[in-house]
Design a protein around this ligand. Structure first.
Ligand SMILES: *Cc1c(COP(=O)(O)O)cnc(C)c1O
Length: 339
């Protein structure tokens, strides 16, 4: 099976398994796990933030951030298809009584700041209190321009809003731009980073941010059941995500380009080659059922994901350039058998 559904399917590397087996551990709820402490120190240093917190998932990391920025009856402004709105089970509303104000993403993955300004509620008991602007980078594989981040920071300051980044794939963004990750992270009060996507850790995310936000997030993490004990066995892998795996993301981006080109000639697929910026390829299925094509592809040994009429193919550490031709061949056979 060639699995292109997501970069979450990556398995821990050999070096990670070794580091995990040898990790020095303690009780992290008591703040005594040296490996967790080391991961948090490395994460905070790498992103240039005051503090960092290790959490079991990106969902819990984003939720802890939202709960730390906002109180009951507050509101966060977020993209209509953002992970923090669409794909986290409405957790902010369920656990925090925090109201989302979703807005459509612009084609480049940003939120139009004039639209955000218009969505900020006046100080009036009719309305929720607008407290936070939440961005996503990468968004659908697209990288937010650095100039936009400067504008977003100025905007947030002007309107007295906190600024959170769902940076699940922030390292893909920094690699694409060829800049240190701090050039992105420095604009935000908090940034959530996934270690378990293209960076290969088996589980885990780090929330990086101001000492104030991370202090609050530590309390929320405990309440949400994310206080783990000898979590150093997991953090040991996460350390290698940051120190060893980032350098391989360029390979994933190169493979996404090659894959998009290899699939570009199929008359049944429409691929915007210019939209392939990092490790994701989106292919619109021009005729017939997207679900049927996915099913056929699976029987041909290639798994992809999809929504509406569009397939998503995500390149990752466990996928290599030699597998591109077999993927194209599987599409050939799938289209033949469907026609
Ligand atoms: C994967 C992902 C998350 C968090 O996911 P978990 O599966 O909970 O770790 C958050 N935001 C984005 C954009 C993601 O892709």
């Amino acid at each position: 099976m060639i699995d292109l559904r997501s970069d979450t399917v990556t398995r821990p590397t050999t070096a990670m398994r070794k580091a995990m087996s040898e990790a020095e551990v303690g009780d992290d709820v008591y703040g005594e796990d040296p490996t967790v402490i080391r991961l948090q120190t490395i994460a905070a240093e790498t992103l240039g933030t005051e503090a960092a917190l290790f959490l079991p998932s990106g969902t819990q990391s984003n939720l802890c951030a939202l709960l730390s920025h906002c109180e009951r009856g507050d509101e966060y402004i977020v993209g209509q298809t953002a992970h923090t709105y669409m794909y986290e089970g409405g957790g902010a509303a369920v656990f925090g009584s925090i109201q989302p104000q979703p807005l459509d993403f612009m084609p480049d993955g940003s939120l139009d700041l004039a639209m955000v300004a218009a969505a900020i509620k006046p100080d009036d008991p009719h309305y929720a209190r607008t407290r936070l602007l939440c961005l996503e980078n990468t968004q659908g594989g697209k990288v937010l321009p650095l100039s936009y981040l400067v504008q977003a920071r100025e905007f947030a300051d002007k309107h007295g809003l906190g600024l959170h980044l769902d940076g699940a794939r922030i390292f893909n963004a920094s690699v694409k731009l060829g800049v240190p990750v701090t050039n992105i992270s420095r604009h935000f009060d908090s940034v959530s980073v996934c270690l378990s996507k293209g960076l290969c850790a088996p589980v885990g995310s780090v929330l990086c941010g101001t000492g104030e936000i991370i202090g609050k997030a530590r309390r929320w993490r405990k309440m949400l059941g994310g206080g783990m004990r000898q979590a150093g066995v997991l953090a040991a892998a996460g350390i290698l995500s940051i120190t060893e795996q980032v350098r391989y993301l360029q390979k994933d981006h190169d493979n996404a380009q090659l894959l998009a080109k290899a699939l570009g000639d199929f008359p049944g697929l429409e691929i915007d080659q210019n939209a392939v910026q990092t490790n994701m390829v989106f292919a619109r299925v021009k005729t017939g059922s997207r679900q049927a094509l996915m099913q056929k592809m699976k029987s041909e040994g290639v798994m992809v994901s999809g929504a509406r009429d569009t397939l998503r193919l995500v390149t990752h550490f466990d996928f290599n350039a030699e597998q591109i031709a077999p993927v194209a061949a599987a599409f050939s056979r799938a289209f033949e058998s469907l026609n």
